[in-house]
Design a protein around this ligand. Structure first.
Ligand code: PLP
Length: 1005
């Protein structure tokens, strides 16, 4: 699209911050090193040109003339363009909720979203420097536990359908009854589609409990007619509390039915509706409550944002009677802990189940989650509190009562399931086409609801319109909806058809208050500011986590994602009114096809790990179409990220993973590869290779490997987590890639949010375009953006369009980068890394040793010499603990630690990125050298590290042994204070910090 066209009539928007106050914000391409500094770094490593950084990569793999993207835009132009795009959206008074409920967001959300050390920090693997994030997640766990009654709430999965899938996987693991599942037909069709997509080619099989066409809820007599023999086969029964027609299922009967028949029970719930004055908590379903809960909680945190990022709620029981399930569950949990000096603190627990440790035996492939949404949801619940939530629910119910009292009197409008209780939603049956009514509604500036006529409900075709009420509809919206119905259905019925009054039947409603605490806005803003102070951010300096690409996250991106034309659009709004979001998705598809050199792109996957799964599922579909579904082997290099193995297992190949060995140069061993191709070629589904690999080395034989794989009929997946080294430079089509994911939260500047949301875009070769999941966006003859399913689509990985908010952020970044910026980003990232390595390699050995034969790309791995390991051992630090303890010393210097013990057990993986100028890199290098001096001169210091963080080293073993995952939140958790603030450390030289550390150790004796 001609980007300049978009903004012709738009004035420069006013931003809620002054970019001039944030020096990184206005740098060209967000790269701090100017041309002179780039020259200086090139000179210092003996290269004459940035292109020389890639001279070891065969020329035919490089884009000969760069990439065909538009020119970059200036800061203000970018803002104008994004504003203009967002203004293509038509926001209207809306009664759409359905799969993604919408409720008012509290101002605390905006406030917390601007606390950069919370939004931009990494997953809290270093608890001593991440108490800020950890406390926010603790609050989330406790608040959700209060609403649901569940003792163990994990700190988020991607969204409701992902949570349902994981609950099913848990039920299968824990029930030992095989892998058949009974699913309620009354769950959302789109959730069911995701489940079908995820489980195709696996052993999991679904049967369906039918809806009764008259009541619109599950047919209990049909359920009871299932014989013991039938139900003995089912590992679990999955049902919703509020179903796809907005009706309340009889959860007591359903939970008891599962229990009596020995099935695990999984309830799909909406946590918002469980507040006081709302629905019954799932611990009270039937005689004992359900075993697992799964649900969407995005609306507790943020507006609809065209469907994402979502917030997948997942919980299991964890009490004296029911303790075992927890260890079979996926994802992250925060537990109460003590540091080694007895201070109270928090830490991630149970991580030995995760893929970075257990690879294909992990409980799930989930890595980045929706952590920041959990942070926001926690803050929002505390701000709204018991009364605020109750009021919101009451508003919704009052609106619904008012509307129904007025419109059910119209001839041609009736409640589709009048005898069945509902809460804040209603499905109407109309005597006219729902489609055209929705269209007329648009003309009256209304989104009147969702057409649910196609949803299966016993076969009979009915005209069904579903309306959702919340605290967002004001009097004017309610009145205009009523006026609209009175215009369209002017004749009145003889007798009013008012809805059945709401009762407080304990079968459906909460009987006891939820007892959520509430805090004032001022209390919370102060508290969350203190929390932010306990973290560090890539804003403040090098955040050297290898593999994670912790670069600067532009504030402009966040501003853009918050524009109403992007953030307030419901993903089920008519496409004509959602042109802002659709245009961003369209542009994103186009730009990433060019960046990768591949044929097509899906923007639906919500994380790198999910992108991997999309890739393997595409491979399976391709092979199936060719009659080669017997291909069940996946090659993965041994050093790959844990998600690769876990993904292959999740896709149905737990026994089909074949490890590829590395050679002395740190790349794939071609002899070993050739042997494996010989042995498994005819069964090969595909390979998954990270490039550059996890040691920061470009796989120079990738192209040969791809050719050999193609020759035997397999396909090639590239894990693109390290695209920051090659984007805009290496042509993935020339490399032989069939599918690749780009982690948006790495290369493409999406904030990490303390562990998520991540995001991914998957690009594919021509062979796979017809199989892509979700919908592709295209422009029709009139320039309107529309969507369609690819011909042989593998299905869907998300209830809607994926993490849309992140596509806005990535697109905002790309507008500022343009065709020159993308390759400049990669070359500067590689240059910074080589420059830093050249400063450090005289002090630390690098891994893999490889005799200097493999030039490092954007990251490198350091280790200690055997003498240093010995020194530390003598000071009481065993070799197995040495590297993690070195990591803790980085915290004392005001930096985050590098990645420790991955992919090399004795390695520290460092990735500086392109965000930092020479003086910042030099200062970081000086700190790493000072750490080395401490190891040599005072090895005992490492035993007590870290010294300046708010807490001492955390007793993780103790926290895991005595798991405490929630408490009643009567007050805000007490906070430790920074012994030395990172901002003070930033003003000291590494030499001065070293002296302070030594003093601190001497003083504590
Ligand atoms: C090499 C590699 N592959 C895959 C992933 C998984 O990505 P995500 O966290 O987005 O699921 C990561 C994440 O750190 C990674 O480093």
């Amino acid at each position: 699209m001609a980007v300049s066209k978009i903004m012709e009539n738009t004035s420069c928007p006013s931003l809620p911050y002054d970019p001039a106050e944030f020096p990184r914000e206005l740098q060209r391409h967000y790269i701090s090193a100017g041309e002179e500094e780039i020259r200086e770094m090139l000179d210092s490593i003996g290269l004459s040109d940035a292109q020389d950084l890639f001279s070891h990569i065969p020329g035919q793999l490089l884009f000969p003339d760069g990439i065909d993207l538009p020119d970059e835009l200036e800061y203000n132009e970018t803002a104008k363009t994004l504003q203009a795009l967002s203004e293509r959206t038509n926001l209207k008074n809306s009664f759409i909720g359905d799969m993604l409920p919408c409720w008012g967001t509290h101002p605390i959300v905006d406030f917390v979203s601007r606390l950069r050390p919370l939004t931009t920090s990494y997953t809290p693997y270093q608890p001593e420097r991440s108490q800020g994030t950890l406390v926010t997640h603790w609050i989330y766990q406790c608040a959700l536990s209060a609403l649901t009654g569940f003792e163990a709430i994990n700190t988020s999965l991607y969204d409701r359908s992902a949570a349902l899938f994981e609950a099913i996987a848990c039920a299968i693991r824990t029930s030992r009854r095989g892998s058949k599942i009974l699913l309620a037909e009354s769950l959302f069709d789109e959730d069911l589609e995701v489940l079908e997509t995820l489980t195709k080619e696996t052993e999991i099989q679904f049967s369906f409990a039918k809806i009764c066409p008259d009541s619109g809820v599950l047919d209990h007599s049909e359920l009871q007619s299932l014989t013991e023999e039938d139900t003995n086969e089912f590992a679990a029964f999955v049902f919703p509390q509020v179903n796809k027609f907005g009706l309340l299922e009889n959860v007591d009967t359903l939970a008891d039915f599962a229990k009596e028949r020995g099935m695990r029970s999984i309830a799909s719930i909406d946590p918002m509706l469980l507040a006081t004055g709302g629905l019954k908590p799932p611990t009270d379903f039937g005689s004992e409550g359900v075993d697992f809960i799964a649900g969407e909680a995005q609306h507790l945190a943020i507006p609809p944002s065209f469907g994402g990022p979502g917030l997948g709620l997942f919980g299991c029981r964890f009490n004296e009677e029911r303790k075992k399930d927890l260890r079979s569950t996926p994802g992250r949990y925060i537990g109460k802990a003590k540091d080694v000096n007895g201070r109270d603190c928090f830490v991630m627990v149970l991580s030995t189940r995760e893929q970075h440790i257990r690879k294909e035996k992990a409980t799930s492939n989930i890595c980045s989650n929706q952590a920041f949404l959990a942070t926001l949801a926690g803050a929002s619940l505390l701000a709204k509190g018991e009364l605020g939530l109750q009021e919101s629910l009451q508003n919704a119910l009052d609106s619904k009562d008012k509307v129904l009292a007025e419109i059910l009197t119209c001839e041609g409008v009736k409640s589709a399931f009048a005898q069945t209780p509902s809460f804040n939603e209603v499905t109407l049956e109309l005597d006219c086409s729902v489609d055209s009514l929705i269209e007329k509604g648009r003309e009256a500036d209304l989104h009147v609801g969702v057409d649910v006529s196609q949803r299966s409900c016993g076969g009979k075709k009915r005209n069904l319109l579903k309306l959702t009420f919340s605290d967002l509809q004001d009097d004017e919206a309610i009145d205009s909806l009523i006026r609209f119905f009175h215009m369209e259905f002017p004749r009145l019925k003889d007798s009013g058809g008012a809805s059945s009054p709401r009762d407080s039947n304990p079968a459906f409603y909460r009987q006891e208050p939820a007892n959520l605490p509430s805090f004032s806005y001022d209390e919370l803003t102060q508290y969350y500011e203190q929390l932010a102070d306990l973290n560090v951010s890539p804003d403040d300096g090098c955040y050297p986590l290898g593999s994670c690409t912790m670069k600067y996250n532009p504030m402009l991106n966040d501003w853009a994602a918050g524009l109403p034309g992007f953030s307030q659009v419901h993903p089920q709004a008519p496409e004509e009114d959602a042109q802002g979001p659709l245009s961003v998705l369209y542009e994103t598809q186009e730009w990433f096809a060019k960046i990768t050199g591949l044929a097509a792109v899906t923007t639906q996957p919500v994380a790198g790990a999910q992108g991997e799964l999309v890739g393997i599922k595409l491979f399976q579909a391709y092979h199936r179409k060719r009659g080669e579904e017997h291909r069940n082997v996946v090659f993965i290099p041994k050093s790959a990220h844990g998600t690769n193995f876990a993904t292959a297992a999740m896709a149905g190949y737990p026994d089909g993973i074949v490890y590829l060995r590395a050679n002395a140069e740190g790349t794939i061993d071609m002899e070993d590869f050739a042997e494996k191709i010989n042995s498994y070629g005819d069964r090969l589904c595909g390979v998954m290779i990270t490039n550059p690999n996890t040691s920061g080395i470009f796989e120079n034989r990738f192209h040969e490997i791809a050719e050999a794989v193609h020759e035997v009929g397999g396909l090639v997946y590239m894990d693109g987590a390290n695209m920051n080294a090659i984007a805009g430079i290496v042509d993935l089509a020339a490399l032989g890639v069939d599918a690749v994911h780009n982690n948006l939260h790495k290369t493409w500047t999406i904030p990490h949010g303390g562990g998520g949301p991540g995001d991914a875009i998957v690009a594919v070769s021509e062979k796979l375009t017809d199989f892509l999941p979700g919908k592709q966006i295209y422009k029709d003859g009139e320039g309107i953006f529309r969507s369609r399913r690819p011909k042989f689509s593998i299905g869907s990985f998300h209830r809607h369009w994926g993490n849309f908010g992140h596509k806005v952020r990535a697109y905002s970044y790309l507008l500022r980068m343009g065709k020159e910026g993308v390759p400049r980003m990669s070359s500067t990232a590689v240059l910074s890394s080589r420059y830093l390595l050249s400063k450090l390699e005289g002090h630390y050995p690098a891994l893999p040793a490889c005799g200097g034969k493999s030039p490092r790309m954007h990251e490198f791995i350091l280790t200690l010499s055997e003498e240093d390991f010995d020194r530390l051992e003598k000071a009481g630090i065993p070799k197995s603990q040495a590297i993690p303890q070195v990591g803790k010393l980085f915290l004392d210097f005001g930096f985050h630690a590098p990645t420790v013990a991955f992919p090399e057990v004795f390695g520290l993986m460092i990735e500086p990125t392109e965000s930092y100028g020479v003086s910042e890199l030099d200062r970081f290098a000086d700190a790493v050298v000072a750490i080395k001096e401490i190891i040599e001169e005072h090895p005992e210091v490492l035993a007590s590290a870290p010294h300046f963080t708010p807490i001492d080293r955390v007793d993780e073993v103790g926290a895991n042994r005595n798991l405490c995952l929630r408490e009643k939140l009567e007050h805000l958790p007490a906070l430790p204070f920074n012994r030395v603030k990172p901002s003070i450390l930033q003003d000291l030289s590494p030499g001065e910090i070293k002296e302070r550390i030594l003093d601190a150790v001497r003083n504590t004796g």
